[in-house]
Design a protein around this ligand. Structure first.
Ligand SMILES: [Zn+2]
Length: 238
């Protein structure tokens, strides 16, 4: 398990990848990480966007909602606190207002195994509808954590989405996959034509092979190389 400083570098690389994957909405949205089970975590500060964040922009936070909050912590900190409290095995969380996920979340439609990503996420992304406002309280955060359940992601209807992973690398890869799955299905729906989806046997096989830990690691390694090629300033962080 990397040290916290190394995790923050991963989170920053992940943030740049999220930006490239269409997750930007000005400076909004967050990425956070911790060692699974830890009571402390670190989160992108409120002022910077996914496209520009560096390790210096991350702020320390704790899972306990009663603890003092850093001045630069994002207002939606309770969302992360509640999910980390509910899911000890989780090591990374992404919350964004990515457009395809936002539009798909507002539709009366379920994600289908249209693509590889869809095979992972089909029927597994619930919708949270209690409020579409910014998550400002631990009560709303806890309700979202309940809607997430043991899943990978939840749509915050008319707001955005939340993606959780057992590492920040998993959370980033799954966030990129969710946006792509939503975009592809929206494109298929917009065509107005009928379309095919993978059968149940293929869905099980894809979940076993394409989303095996070793595979997710290779998607992260590719993402990491790509981001570092496009953002040479990252080399000065390590
Ligand atoms: Zn938000």
């Amino acid at each position: 398990m990397p040290g916290l400083a190394a995790l923050v570098v991963q989170a920053c690389v992940g943030a740049r990848a999220l930006s490239a994957g269409g997750h930007d909405d000005f400076n909004q949205g967050q990425i956070s990480c911790r060692r699974p089970g830890a009571g402390e975590f670190t989160i992108k500060g409120a002022l910077t966007g996914f496209d520009e964040v560096t390790p210096a922009d991350f702020v320390a936070a704790v899972v306990d909602p009663a603890a003092p909050v850093a001045a630069k912590a994002p207002p939606e900190l309770p969302l992360h606190q509640a999910i980390y409290a509910a899911r000890p095995e989780i090591g990374g969380i992404v919350h964004s207002h990515a457009p395809a996920g936002l539009v798909f979340g507002a539709l009366d439609a379920e994600l289908e195994p249209l693509s590889h990503e869809g095979a992972l996420l089909a029927g597994a992304v619930h919708r949270f509808r209690d409020t579409s406002n910014t998550v400002l309280t631990i009560e709303v955060g806890a309700a979202i954590a309940k809607s997430l359940g043991e899943g990978v992601a939840v749509f915050l209807v008319n707001h955005g989405s939340v993606i959780a992973g057992r590492s920040v690398r998993h959370a980033v890869v799954f966030a990129l996959m969710l946006e792509r799955a939503c975009r592809l299905q929206l494109d298929a729906l917009a065509s107005g034509r009928t379309y095919s989806v993978s059968n149940a046997i293929d869905v099980i096989a894809k979940r076993d092979y394409i989303f095996a830990d070793l595979s997710v690691r290779s998607y992260w390694e590719h993402t990491n190389r790509r981001v570092r090629r496009e953002h040479p300033d990252i080399e000065s962080w390590t």
